[in-house]
Design a protein around this ligand. Sequence first.
Ligand SMILES: Cc1cc2nc3c(=O)[nH]c(=O)nc-3n(C[C@H](O)[C@H](O)[C@H](O)COP(=O)(O)OP(=O)(O)OC[C@H]3O[C@@H](n4cnc5c(N)ncnc54)[C@H](O)[C@@H]3O)c2cc1C
Ligand code: SF4
Length: 533
Amino acid sequence: MTGRRPEAEPHLDLERTEFDVLIVGSGFGGGTVAYALSRAGLKVLLVERGGWPARDDKDWNGRAILLDGRYRGETPIGVRQSGAAAEVDTYPNAVVGGNSIFFGGAALRLRATDFARWPITYADLEPHYAQAESLLEVHGRAGDDPCEPPRSGDYPYAPAPLSAPARRIAEAARALGMHPFHIPIAINHAGPREPRCINCFTCDGFPCRIGAKNDVTQTALAKADPANLAVVARVLATRVVERDGRIVALEAINLDSRDSGRRLTLRARLFVLSGGAIGSPALMLRSGLAARDASGTLGRYLMRHCNAMMGYLFPFRTNPEHVNHKQICITDGYESVREADGTALGVIQDMCMPPREVVRALGPRGFRWAAAVSAERIQTLLCIAEDEPQADNAVTLSAERKDAFDLAVANVRHEYTEADTRRRDALVRTARRVLRRAGGLVGKKRLIDSFSHAVGTARMGATPETGALSPECRFWAYPNLFVVDGSFMPTSGGVNPSLTITANAFRVAAQIRQDFGALTLAPSSSPVGKLPA
Ligand SMILES: Cc1cc2nc3c(=O)[nH]c(=O)nc-3n(C[C@H](O)[C@H](O)[C@H](O)COP(=O)(O)OP(=O)(O)OC[C@H]3O[C@@H](n4cnc5c(N)ncnc54)[C@H](O)[C@@H]3O)c2cc1C
Ligand code: SF4
């Protein structure tokens, strides 16, 4: 059984209906705003370029999901990274629920210190972190994490017992004087809904075939008010349209096979972009909004954490029962570089080995065959280091290339600083110690170059000169345009981003609900540049 789908009624004439709020993108940001505003009584339309997750056997098939790209979208992004001279095309997934469908469920809060360069504080977000943990039904235990920020309450559910591979990591870390703890996790082990998690081996990176992962379709969209929310899949937003100082419409293309290619003009009183930290700036740049961004930051300061997987070969099968063991987190040393670098160090998390066929195709170069043959004897840890915001790491539009929909292709350029890789390598050294202590014999590091943790490309700033968005995540130039995906984050912090994106979306939704009348007034009387306090 899977969650209810708040799909638009087939007879709903999208172009003739004026919605209160139109949201682009159905990930943690967009899904949460849809949940909160539909329940507040506003009429919400959410458009998403991907289709609904299939939830069939192929969703747990390594080849189908990770190699053949079952959910790959139609639009490429050209990525230039790691000193390469030219862009290489990749095709991000497109699906209702966004990356929540594939996420590993880790649901951590940033620490108060992570907000030093933000225009808001941890205290501003704390109540919304609690809302996010409740919406995503996070399982965790307050007080376990040695550098946990202050919390107004406990987690909604207690964590599931540790599996044998996770226990092995926890015991080794403890023997080395560290303080490993249960990763707070958005997976349904003890929540009220069915089905519960069966601890399969294909979780991180895969849709949950049975719907036990607390992704956006199973939480925010399933719990939204169906009378006030219409979700329309397979609609690609192409441009927001401005008139007289406010956004009045969204132009889009219907990708649904029944009506494929039809151009749509959708109207609403207020617009919320949540196309992800690459999708939203691309849409805003295609709409000409760079010219209205006094900070010059739109599309810039792309971050994605500086990540690596450390794998060790053991003299025994590390996970003979093939269970999901993404259960242990290590935050010791999180603050150790704060003074020198101005950032967090980051965290280490337990992680399952990908299926054998995926290791064979994507394992460390020169070791693929050996790693695939010995996959059952390998155990891995994921190292997530904070990376610095840098203006040159950016999403831009290609001047030459158009995609299948005649839209300028988004190019992504990204390089790490020497300090980013130093922080990652420090975490890798700790991961090595833990794995060796656990009984590992010989190890190999694999760098991660995906944009799965992309954030930062429409950063908040205290003034229009310092960020494309106001502290309320409103695009400064327009009273009725907000951005709520990971783009808003001024720094990446040292933990996985989803819970922060969800908490912030609750914060923004509360502001929109409170000021809806003022935000949607005609421009002459609307408070451009200064929201009501
Ligand atoms: C394999 C994997 C594992 C992860 N594990 C974790 C984890 O354990 N914990 C954690 O905190 N984070 C994890 N992450 C990261 C996390 O999933 C993302 O940070 C988060 O989902 C981003 O949410 P978002 O709302 O910013 O955007 P997204 O999830 O990227 O959603 C954007 C949506 O907008 C749609 N869209 C984009 N452009 C358009 C357009 N023009 N028109 C219509 N629709 C559009 C996209 O199709 C997409 O559905 C993981 C990510 C991956 C890939
Ligand atoms: S581990 Fe649980 S939540 Fe994850 S895919 Fe398997 S059944 Fe679903």
